[in-house]
Design a protein. Structure first.
Length: 135
């Protein structure tokens, strides 16, 4: 999604006096909130550049949305997966907290965890690679 489109969305949001706007289409996913409009614009720029094939490994599991990533369901529990673990499609592999809600991150494919690309407690962006898989 190009910056001019985002600027038009921000202008439309201001003119209509909207406090929240969310759009997802083939060009990307944009969430604008009146309290964080500037931050949202930056996120969109980063997401656009991250979606280029050269930057996103095709053997990765990516963040389904923006939030804080956790490796386990509870702070005192062991990580859900570690490098070398075999995972199956649908298996719980992490948690992303977004807007005070804990959301499960599940593997979409079978494979073996090669690397964990983010640390516990890191803020992640939409479609950011979290894990790489090896065959």
């Amino acid at each position: 999604m190009d910056l001019s489109r985002v600027e038009k969305l921000v202008k439309m949001m201001q003119e209509a006096d909207l406090s929240h706007l969310e759009i997802e289409d083939d060009q990307g996913h944009v969430v604008l909130d009146k309290n964080i409009t500037v931050a949202s614009e930056k996120v969109v720029e980063q997401q656009t550049s991250e979606k280029q094939p050269s930057q996103t490994p095709n053997n990765s599991i990516n963040a389904p949305f923006v939030g804080t990533f956790y490796v386990s369901e509870q702070p005192d529990k062991a990580p859900l997966v570690k490098p070398g673990d075999k995972v199956k499609a649908g298996q719980l592999i992490g948690i992303i907290e977004a807007m005070k809600m804990m959301n499960e991150v599940k593997s979409e494919v079978d494979g073996t965890i090669d690397k964990i690309l983010v640390s516990n407690g890191d803020t992640v962006e939409y479609d950011q690679p979290l894990f790489t898989l090896k065959d």
